[in-house]
Write a protein that binds this ligand. Structure first.
Ligand SMILES: Cc1cc2nc3c(=O)[nH]c(=O)nc-3n(C[C@H](O)[C@H](O)[C@H](O)COP(=O)(O)O)c2cc1C
Length: 198
């Protein structure tokens, strides 16, 4: 069993990275699953241009960038964890949003009918996902759509999102590093996620 954990934070060693580490290292890995952490900021990911060449080519032939290094990792993982800091109520645009949009090419299977039914490479594979977010504000309204912005595309792609973990009240880069309770919550969520894969 393998879990890939993906952080969309541009800030290396910040709150999102720290929570991902807890989810993977103290969490999923301690249940015996293989884990890999990926920082989207380390990959060049061009935003989708809607050229639709992928409908024919079944992968992105518009850009040969970091996504082509990530596609095989995503395909081989039994579980995927996505995490993003909240940026103006939403996910980070050059990292997490571009990444999610670029899952469209190889994975969706469309019919010729528009609007019409669609499926995905992951439909019926039983893949599971967990999404988490970090925000400064503690009122849910100020967290905005960050969880939904990751959860809904994953569900459309055929993943079952078994858990969500919004972490609120963290602004400074190392705020979460000083909060052992939220890190333990993340470790427990990671363990639960791994047990759900087996
Ligand atoms: C451009 C920008 C926009 C932000 N927008 C929000 C927001 O809408 N709501 C919120 O609660 N926090 C917001 N924040 C705060 C971050 O979500 C918070 O600092 C988070 O801990 C950053 O995570 P990181 O350390 O992983 O980068 C924003 C921060 C930046 C830099």
């Amino acid at each position: 069993m393998k879990v890939i954990g993906i952080t969309g934070s541009p800030r290396a060693g910040g709150n999102t990275d720290t929570l991902l580490k807890a989810l993977l290292e103290g969490g999923a890995a301690s249940e015996g699953v293989e884990t890999e952490a990926v920082s989207l900021r380390d990959y060049t990911i061009a935003p989708c241009t809607g050229c639709e060449r992928c409908r024919k080519d079944l992968t992105c032939t518009r850009f040969y960038d970091g996504m082509h290094l990530l596609y095989p990792k995503i395909e081989e993982a039994d579980g995927i964890i996505l995490g993003s800091p909240t940026y103006n109520y939403n996910i980070t645009p050059p990292e997490m949003k571009a990444f999610i949009d670029r899952l469209y090419p190889p994975y969706y299977r469309f019919t010729g009918v528009r609007p019409g039914p669609y499926s995905s490479f992951f439909t019926s594979l039983g893949r599971k996902a967990l999404v988490f977010s970090v925000a400064e504000q503690t009122k849910p309204a100020e967290r905005g759509f960050v969880i939904e912005a990751m959860q809904r595309p994953l569900e459309a792609l055929g993943f079952e999102v078994t858990d969500t973990l919004p972490a609120e009240g963290y602004f400074e880069k190392r705020a979460i590093a000083g909060d052992s309770a939220v890190q333990e919550r993340a470790r427990e969520a990671g363990r639960r996620f791994a047990r759900g894969l087996i």
